[in-house]
Write a protein that binds this ligand. Structure first.
Ligand code: IPE
Ligand code: IPE
Ligand code: MG
Length: 240
């Protein structure tokens, strides 16, 4: 596995995004309920954040719950709501002391429990002044929903059709100041995007790994960054 020392320090991605997938399969392999897989994903998440701090990544965006994940059994959904609340109370002070700014991206509809929203707001307020790393947690997030919400804002702002361009739309995304991800990692051997960051990832380097999310650790992040560093980004032009 890759160590930080083997990476090119001049080509550390500024923004790494991650689809944390495979919790259910990890649990099933062990004869455990799916929820145990989610619980085991907590260590993976915070070890990966530590790895990002070590690397000097500025932005980390983690897919925690999609607009489609409501289709799961009510017990699992309820577990995930409670679990995410627990994650915030268990880790926000530590993240704050390390200079991490916590943010959320997604819809705050009636299905998201009030208490969870309160914990989200508290975590955001606590860490708002931090700049070392911005950790955006995508919760009740969908890439299409984000674009639809941006279009609603364009209309609400009365923007005339000839004034609608990429800049106008981008400025109405959930976090207009967030740079596009340089690399998107998806775990668990699935080769799809599953409605993650659709607007933001046209030129992201995609890295797929068979590792199930609860087994993911900072060394796997370093591997992914190593793979990213071997890629040649062209943005539709010619190689440099
Ligand atoms: C990812 O793991 C976590 C969420 C989507 C909330 P899964 O729960 O999707 O795990 P698999 O894909 O069923 O193994
Ligand atoms: C994507 O994983 C969403 C999150 C990781 C939160 P899913 O497990 O929901 O995606 P699909 O259903 O396999 O495409
Ligand atoms: Mg999954």
């Amino acid at each position: 596995m890759m160590a930080v020392a083997n990476l090119d320090p001049t080509r550390i991605p500024r923004h790494v995004a991650c689809v944390m997938d495979g919790n259910g399969r990890w649990a099933r392999q062990r004869g455990l309920p799916r929820t145990e897989g989610h619980a085991a994903g907590e260590e993976a998440l915070f070890d990966t954040v530590e790895g990002a701090l070590e690397l000097g990544v500025d932005w980390m965006t983690m897919f925690a719950f999609s607009t489609e994940n409501w289709r799961r059994p009510p017990d699992e959904v309820r577990y995930l709501m409670h679990f995410n609340e627990g994650i915030l109370t268990r880790h926000r002070d530590d993240l704050n002391s390390k200079g991490v700014r916590i943010r959320f991206a997604g819809r705050r509809d009636w299905r998201v429990p009030r208490r969870l929203i309160r914990h989200m707001d508290e975590s955001v307020a606590l860490t708002a002044a931090n700049r070392r790393l911005t950790l955006t947690i995508c919760f009740n997030y969908g890439g299409r929903a984000e674009i639809v919400d941006a279009v609603r804002r364009l209309v609400a702002d009365g923007v005339s059709p000839d004034k609608i361009d990429e800049k106008a739309l981008r400025s109405r995304l959930y976090w207009p100041d967030m740079p596009d991800p340089d690399v998107v990692i998806r775990t668990s051997g699935e080769f799809r995007i599953s409605n993650f960051l659709l607007w933001e990832l046209p030129y992201s380097e995609l890295v797929f790994t068979d590792v199930l999310w609860p087994d993911f650790r900072r060394e796997n992040l370093f591997d992914a960054v190593g793979e990213y560093q071997r890629r040649d980004r062209r943005y539709g032009g010619l190689e440099g």
